[in-house]
Design a protein around this ligand. Structure first.
Ligand SMILES: Nc1ncnc2c1ncn2[C@@H]1O[C@H](COP(=O)(O)OP(=O)(O)OP(=O)(O)O)[C@@H](O)[C@H]1O
Ligand SMILES: [Mg+2]
Length: 276
């Protein structure tokens, strides 16, 4: 450090030197923090980019799930409603011919009436499936009982629903509806594919998670084969994929245990208060 005299010029030079040192320190400090700031901005930008990617993935999944649901409804309309309508059309034609030739019997009219009833039942079922009123009116547990009775009990399958701790939690409406859809698909699968005689459903709450086990003693299946067929673009098999997607959107986990002739068990757990 230079040595100045005790005169005014010396004092001035000393304070200028002090200012220079302070300025240098400040510049170094600013430089250091600019680098830190740049790093933070970079970090935040990449976080935002990642979040955007996740969001668009979720959006894609949502759209796909919606499309799958539409396909399912279209198939149900095709398989049940339009086939019954076609049969009704034919019966009407036959009846009008019978009327013209004077051989129309009350039984033929009764037959028409029966077909209309079947049609109405089918349409009502579809409406209930689209938005099960029981879920709004009676809550999740009763809605599940309704589902079990409608798809299994009415067809002679024995079922048991055990539930514990559900009264301790209050699920968000959207989470509850999605959870109900998951259970609906699993129950419809048991109805459609399993040939089960007994079904056990257990609902429990532990550590902020809602756990669901659905076990059937039916024919089981080869999970790898089903998944591979689906990946190869098979038209069938949206249900299990839909279950997995919904569960992952809810921040939960789903596991399927099954083997041919060994029945099927689906184990699901989701956070009680919504996704991640
Ligand atoms: N509980 C079960 N018991 C026996 N087989 C089952 C069971 N659940 C699913 N499967 C088998 O897994 C396949 C895939 O089921 P998934 O629900 O994905 O499709 P799907 O029921 O055939 O059609 P979708 O659900 O799209 O109407 C079924 O076709 C069936 O062979
Ligand atoms: Mg299915």
């Amino acid at each position: 450090m230079p040595v100045y005299g005790g005169d005014e010029v010396g004092e001035l030079a000393e304070s200028l030197e002090a200012m220079r040192v302070r300025l240098k320190d400040s510049l170094e400090y600013i430089g250091l923090h600019t680098v830190e700031l740049e790093d933070t901005v970079k970090e935040r930008t990449s976080e935002l980019r990642e979040q955007k990617k996740q969001l668009s993935l979720l959006l894609d999944e949502g759209i796909r799930a919606q499309e799958d649901e539409r396909k399912r409804i279209a198939r149900e309309l095709h398989d049940e409603t339009s086939q019954t309508l076609a049969a009704l059309g034919m019966s009407l034609e036959l009846s009008s011919e019978a009327l013209r030739s004077g051989v129309l019997t009350p039984d033929m009219i009764l037959e028409l009436r029966k077909k209309v009833s079947i049609l109405m039942d089918g349409i009502n079922r579809l409406i209930h499936d689209l938005r099960p009123p029981v879920l709004d009116d009676l809550g999740l547990e009763s809605a599940i009982r309704w589902l079990l009775q409608r798809h299994l009990g009415q067809k002679g399958v024995t079922y048991d629903l055990r539930s514990s701790g559900m009264e301790e939690i209050e699920m968000d409406g959207k989470v509850e509806l999605s959870f109900f859809r998951i259970i609906q698909e699993a129950v419809i699968n048991i109805d459609k594919h399993s040939k089960a005689r007994n079904v056990m459903m257990e609902l429990s709450v532990s550590g902020g998670l809602v756990n669901l086990d659905i076990t059937d003693d039916g024919v089981g299946f080869n999970l790898d084969e089903v998944m591979k067929a689906r990946e190869k673009g098979a038209e069938l098999g949206f249900g299990l994929m839909g279950i997995k997607e919904r569960v992952s959107n809810l921040g939960g986990e789903a596991h399927i245990f099954t083997e041919p002739d060994k029945g099927t068990k689906i184990k699901i757990s989701i956070p009680a208060y919504g996704g991640p």
